[in-house]
Design a protein around this ligand. Structure first.
Ligand code: MCA
Ligand code: AMP
Length: 495
């Protein structure tokens, strides 16, 4: 059994997960995982097979995940609310052989299985009728998980993590944030990104803590859990904190007082995945008494930089996590003097193994064993600062990384659009909001709502533009390349 998975049974009867079905102990979760592993082996899973999951958050998702690992498989976590058109690429690119589901996601599972000629396995049925078999030996160097992430070119790339890199990510957070079995966390984040997967789910279960999985984010319900007195740690993206601030401002005085006084009892609140506006940090401090601990991470790395339990500097992302080394370099990959701005490079055992089926992209993203993040950073006496992405074509909306180029490719297939350019506009709630300038192919002028409905059938919600601006031509530089800065300006002047 690999590092991440080996401890479940050792926490015995203590509480592991609280989901919509109630409570489940570590021992029960361990047994369920063995039952799913056996079902997968019987269904033909072999070491290295790719097993996708569209199980709902909670015990079934966990039994499926740990079961897949015990069967020797590589997990592909997918977001069941995304349209099948968005999920087709990860399923076919990774060569999924089996799809884990429950009755509530069986229809989607069948649709995904058809893309790759895969089989579906119902986790609940596997747990209800266990039929144990001998399970394979798993090594820490085996592939454990593939998470798809948008880049500057083409379709999203599969980031492959081994059991070792995931284990190193969890251990670094346990050490940095003093995680123990006495902790309890509520997971409001989706389970197809490292933030919800590793920081919240795998790390809490690696120490024997309690994981609450309400199945998504709802501001009022989240406030009630934060005010419950049970929860000790909370982690979210800036957009979620901004939504919680809004819900608090809308509440009556008695509710405000109750939420604030009880939320102050948590021991740690963390923000990450996108820049935390200092205004949100200040509002949250006034409301909850907590100075949010901001950290910086990436799908390829897990957590690289973070403020610490003892020192939190607004507008800064802190210092390297245990086991992580960083450098800041110029365009020639030469270290810049302290305090100068440059690209952030990262090295350490938590770094991913490779981009799936993309040796070219993997080779390009490493230099002498250092991973090139594409993020622009600066070292200061108060910790590192993140100054944005090197590429304008990477947009962060609500903590989701999206590629302008990928969205353009899809919208160019819209019958009313001859050409288009996608940009990110600064936005208080979303960080950046996706906007598209388009050139009409005919007299047809769809409304924004029609464009959004069309986009949502083809793309994940975060990729569907909010703003649509019809223009006569796209601004280009003398080389003929669309100038994104000028496109952004068109939106400002159009207001
Ligand atoms: C939903 N919508 C969005 C987004 N999410 N639009 C832009 N960007 C988004 N991220 C759309 C919906 O389709 C809807 O469209 C409208 O916005 C309002 O939706 P609403 O129901 O209010 O939103 P929601 O479903 O509550 O989602 C908001 C959210 C979610 C909870 C902030 O986006 C979220 O969970 N974000 C976190 C993502 C995350 O975990 N990222 C970590 C990756 P309409 O009105 O037309 O119906 S980064 C990472 O993992 C690294 C390692 C790191 O550093 O952490
Ligand atoms: P993803 O590839 O979806 O994992 O997103 C990783 C990217 O999110 C990083 O490369 C950064 O650009 C951004 N990011 C994560 N945390 C922070 C943060 N605290 N401040 C600014 N940007 C962040």
């Amino acid at each position: 059994m690999a590092a991440l998975d080996s401890t479940l049974a050792s926490f015995g009867e203590s509480l592991a997960v609280v989901d919509r079905d109630g409570e489940q102990s570590y021992l029960a979760l361990d047994g369920a995982a063995n039952a799913v592993a056996a079902a997968l082996v019987r269904a033909g899973v072999r070491s290295g097979s790719v097993v996708a999951t569209v199980c709902p958050a909670g015990r079934w998702w966990l039994a499926g995940t740990y079961g897949a690992w015990r069967a020797g498989a590589v997990l592909l976590p997918l977001e069941a609310s995304h349209p099948p058109a968005e999920l087709r690429h990860p399923v076919t690119d990774s060569g999924v052989t089996h799809v884990l589901c429950t009755a509530e996601s069986v229809e989607l599972a069948n649709e995904l299985a058809a893309f790759a000629n895969a089989q579906i396995v119902d986790v609940r049925e596997a747990v209800a009728a266990p039929n144990f078999v001998t399970l394979p030996e798993i090594s820490d160097d085996d592939d454990a998980m593939i998470v798809y992430t948008s880049g500057t070119t083409g379709l999203p790339k599969g980031v492959v993590h081994t059991h070792r890199s995931l284990g190193a990510q969890c251990s670094a957070m346990v050490e940095a944030w003093d995680w123990t079995a006495a902790d309890r966390i509520v997971c409001v984040l989706p389970l197809h990104h490292v933030h919800g997967l590793v920081n919240v789910t795998f790390t809490s279960l690696s120490v024997g803590a309690v994981l609450e999985t309400p199945g998504g984010f709802d501001a009022i319900k989240t406030w009630e859990r934060l005010a419950s007195g049970d929860v000790t740690i909370f982690m979210a993206v800036p957009t979620i904190y901004s939504r919680l601030v809004r819900a608090w401002l809308d509440a009556d005085e008695a509710t405000k007082a109750r939420w604030s006084s009880r939320a102050a009892l948590l021991r740690l609140m963390v923000s990450g995945s996108a820049a935390l506006p200092v205004s949100t940090l200040e509002q949250w401090r006034e409301i909850s008494g907590h100075v949010l601990l901001e950290r910086y991470g990436m799908t390829e790395l897990g957590m690289a930089l973070g403020n610490t339990l003892d020192r939190r500097v607004p507008g800064h992302v802190g210092w390297p996590f245990p086991g992580v080394e960083v450098r800041i370099v110029n365009e020639d990959i030469v270290d810049v003097p302290d305090g100068d701005v440059g690209e952030l490079l990262v090295r350490g055992s938590q770094v991913f193994n490779r981009y799936l089926n993309r040796p070219d992209a993997t080779a390009e993203s490493f230099v002498d064993g250092w991973f090139r993040t594409g993020d622009v950073a600066q070292q200061t006496p108060d910790g590192y600062r993140l100054l944005g992405r090197a590429s304008v074509d990477i947009i962060k909306s609500g903590g989701e990384k999206v590629s302008a180029l990928e969205i353009e490719e899809v919208f160019r297939t819209h019958p009313a659009i001859a050409d288009c350019a996608v940009v990110g506009l600064p936005d208080e709630e979303w960080g950046e909001r996706v906007a598209i300038a388009w050139i009409a192919d005919s007299a047809d002028r769809p409304t924004d709502a029609e464009f959004r409905a069309w986009g949502k059938e083809r793309l994940a919600p975060a990729k569907v533009p909010f703003n649509y601006l019809c223009i006569s031509e796209l601004p280009r530089n003398p080389m003929g390349k669309v100038t994104k800065v000028a496109v952004k300006e068109r939106f400002t002047t159009a207001d």
